[in-house]
Design a protein around this ligand. Structure first.
Ligand code: OGA
Ligand code: NI
Length: 360
């Protein structure tokens, strides 16, 4: 993704990978990982939190030739998006074996020695490559190691940091990306229709099949002996238009916020969890809400996920669709270009939301 090549101001040095830290520190959590709850009463004990509604959307019904089934699923989608902003997509056509394979190559990657990963996957761009978190001076680090790769469009891939030392890594990521693109097109069209926009509206703004930018985040959340002191990812909304997430198939951890309360996202076998990001909130003039979410850590088990953040090309100026602006819903956001590079990566490391800076 073409984001600014300079790193934002006042960032701490990236943390050492958590995987390495836990080898040496034992039960002691390093101070710079301890998450200070803004409100001490907030509970992030995963076991005591309710599940969100199941919010199942069936892709085969969205693409059904029966207009009744199709309309019914669109109505459901609209309801879920206006209440939760995130849903579990089933019958999406990605095979179980492809889902297992993408999880497998990521596990093989992070099982390799640190030297190999750091040497081979070090990028000059601060937002790509393998490693721990970058945050601003006053923030604690996330309990999360990740590999970030620009994945789409293909001419922006930095193949020199795409692992070639894990068998099938590149091929699997390539195949998975093609499948995610197929799903993305259907979903973006359905979301547009569900709010009575012309079906290509969001898809075209996102650059269509050729132009869409996809930024992949492979996440690894090692276990933590004192999970209530850390967070895998602090509360945030994604800077994407939408995010397509493959969760761990055994270990929970993702939570979403609704009406100032946290809810657990259940594991639905083989489903993809899809959530609205900031750029779709902007384009929809606030009708679609970018979901605030966070990740909590398990005491004993590691968790993995693969997030694909899908967004318009950075040179494209986005703004609310005029069809969605009227007396009842006046214009909510300013126009913006390069949302990821110019705004998101400036605010996110400080634990702030960039979308609020565009609000009227
Ligand atoms: C992210 C994210 C959730 C997860 O990568 O932005 O929110 O479950 N991931 O890993
Ligand atoms: Ni996220």
């Amino acid at each position: 993704m073409s984001v600014s090549t300079t790193s934002p101001m006042n960032l701490k040095k990236p943390s050492k990978p958590v995987q390495e830290i836990i080898k040496t520190t034992g039960k002691q959590i390093p101070e710079n990982f301890i998450y200070q709850l803004p409100n001490k009463a907030t509970n992030h004990d995963h076991s005591e939190i309710k599940y969100m509604d199941s919010n199942i959307i069936d892709l085969s019904l969205l693409s059904s030739s029966s207009s009744n089934l199709h309309e019914e699923e669109l109505r459901k989608l609209r309801f879920i998006l206006s209440s939760w902003g995130g849903f579990q997509l089933i019958n999406h056509g990605l095979s179980s074996s492809l889902l297992s394979q993408i999880r497998e190559v990521w596990k093989e990657f992070f099982a390799l020695p640190l030297e190999v990963k750091q040497k081979q996957c070090k990028s000059n761009d601060w937002y790509e490559g393998y490693g721990g978190d970058t945050v601003s001076e006053d923030q604690s680090y996330n309990w999360n190691d990740r590999l970030r790769l620009k994945t789409q469009p293909p001419d922006q891939r930095n193949y020199n940091i795409w692992p070639d030392f894990v068998p099938n890594f590149r091929e699997t990521l390539q195949e998975y990306t093609m499948e995610v693109k197929r799903v993305l097109e259907i979903i973006l069209k359905a979301i547009a229709k569900s709010i009575n926009l012309e079906e290509n509206s969001f898809f075209n703004e996102c650059g269509g099949n050729e132009g869409v930018h996809i930024f992949t985040r492979f996440n690894h959340y090692p276990p933590c002996s004192s999970p209530s002191q850390v967070l895998g990812i602090k509360p945030h909304s994604d800077g994407s238009a939408i995010t397509i997430l493959l969760q761990d198939n055994e270990v929970e951890g993702l939570q979403v916020e609704k009406d100032k309360q946290w809810f657990k996202v259940p594991i639905v076998p083989d489903a993809l969890f899809i959530n609205i990001g900031d750029q779709l909130e902007i384009m929809s003039n606030g009708i679609l809400k970018s979901v605030i979410h966070k990740v909590v850590i398990d005491k004993e088990r590691e968790r993995i996920s693969v997030a694909m953040l899908c967004a318009p090309p950075p040179h494209k100026e986005i703004e609310p669709f005029t069809e969605l602006v009227d007396k009842e819903r006046p214009l909510q956001f300013n126009k913006v270009k390069n949302y990821f590079g110019d705004l998101f990566f400036q605010y996110y490391p400080r634990g702030e939301r960039s979308i609020t800076t565009l609000k009227f």
